[in-house]
Design a binder for this molecule. Structure first.
Ligand SMILES: [Zn+2]
Length: 288
C-alpha cells in the first residue's frame, strides 16, 4: 500500500507539479546550483492530462478570425512618457485558473501581458483565444519551460517557433516577445530571439508569488517594488496571486499608475534582439 502511494505522488509530480510551478529567477547563465529548487506544489484544480483536450488544429481551417478588441471598448491610449505606467506580466499559463484571471482583468479593465507555454496552449487553447480576444498581449514563454541556457540554438529555436505557431493559431497574432524560462539568458538565447524577430522581456519587480503563496505578501512586495515603467512578474497559477491582483490594481491606480501591455510600455515596436526589463517612464518636468 505504502509503495502505491509513493508511486502516485511521483506520477502527480511528474505530470503536474514540476511543470506547473517553475520558479523564476533572473540573470545570466547560472550554474545549476543557483537554480531555485524545483517545486512540486500542486495547483488546484488539477489540470486534465494532455490527451483529454483535443488540440490539433484542423488543417483545412484558416487562421481563426480573432480581431483584437478595438473600439468601442478600447480605452484612451496611454502615453507612458507622460503618465506613470506599469505592466503586469502573467507567466506559465494557460492553466485551469486562466478564466478566473481573465475575469479579474476584465472586471478591472486591465490589459496584461501573458507569457504562455506552447505545451499548455495545446491543453487550454480556448483560454489563449480569450486572452487575445480580450485585448491582452499574448507572448512566448517557450514550449515546455526547459533550461534554455543548457540548450543549442536549434533547440531554443524549436521551442520558440512551436509556441509562436500555437499562439498565432489561437489569437491571430504572432508573438514578437519572449521571456526565457527562469529569466535566465545568454548570448545564444538572445541571438535566436533576434533571428526570429523577437525581443526578450525580463522584469524588475518579482514578488516571488510561486514561493510565498500569500496574497498580502505578494501585494506588499509589488507595491514596494513598482516604479514608473516597471514590469511585474507574476504567475497566474495560484489562488493567492489571483487574490492579490485586484488589490494590486486598485492600490497602484490610486497612486496614479496606468496598466499597460509590454508593447505599450516599451513605447515603440519592440526591436528584435532587444532586451527589456523595464519600460518608458515620464520625463522629469523641466523646472520653470
Ligand atoms: Zn516561467
Amino acid at each position: 500500500m505504502k509503495k502505491l502511494a509513493v508511486v502516485g505522488v511521483c506520477i502527480v509530480s511528474l505530470t503536474v507539479g514540476c511543470a506547473f510551478t517553475p520558479p523564476e529567477t533572473i540573470g545570466e547563465v547560472p550554474s545549476a546550483t543557483t537554480l531555485p529548487p524545483a517545486s512540486i506544489d500542486l495547483v488546484t484544480p488539477t489540470p486534465p492530462p494532455a490527451d483529454v483536450v483535443p488540440t490539433e488544429p484542423t488543417p483545412t481551417e484558416p487562421t481563426p478570425s480573432v480581431t483584437p478588441s478595438a473600439a468601442p471598448e478600447a480605452p484612451a491610449k496611454v502615453n507612458c512618457k507622460k503618465q506613470k505606467c506599469v505592466a503586469l506580466t502573467i507567466d506559465d499559463g494557460p492553466s485551469p485558473l486562466s478564466d478566473k484571471v481573465l475575469d479579474i482583468l476584465a472586471a478591472k479593465d486591465v490589459k496584461a501581458t501573458f507569457f504562455v507555454m506552447g505545451s499548455r496552449v495545446k491543453q487550454y487553447p480556448k483560454a489563449v483565444k480569450r486572452m487575445g480576444a480580450e485585448g491582452h498581449s499574448v507572448q512566448n514563454h517557450s514550449y515546455s519551460h526547459p533550461q534554455f541556457w543548457k540548450m543549442s540554438a536549434d533547440q531554443i529555436r524549436s521551442q520558440l517557433q512551436r509556441t509562436n505557431k500555437l499562439v498565432k493559431q489561437q489569437t491571430g497574432q504572432q508573438p514578437t516577445l519572449f521571456r526565457p524560462p527562469y529569466g535566465q539568458t545568454n548570448a545564444t538565447i538572445r541571438k535566436v530571439g533576434k533571428e526570429l524577430g523577437m525581443a526578450q522581456v525580463l522584469w524588475n519587480v518579482d514578488p516571488n508569488d510561486w514561493k510565498d503563496k500569500d496574497a498580502n505578501t505578494v501585494v506588499k512586495r509589488v507595491l514596494s517594488g513598482v516604479k514608473p515603467g516597471s514590469i511585474v512578474l507574476t504567475h497566474g497559477l495560484y489562488p493567492s496571486t489571483l487574490e492579490a491582483y485586484p488589490i494590486i490594481i486598485d492600490k497602484l491606480r490610486a497612486k496614479g499608475y496606468a496598466f499597460v501591455s509590454i508593447p505599450e510600455l516599451v513605447g515603440k515596436t519592440p526591436k528584435p534582439g532587444a532586451n527589456y526589463s523595464s519600460g518608458v517612464k515620464p520625463k522629469a518636468k523641466a523646472k520653470s
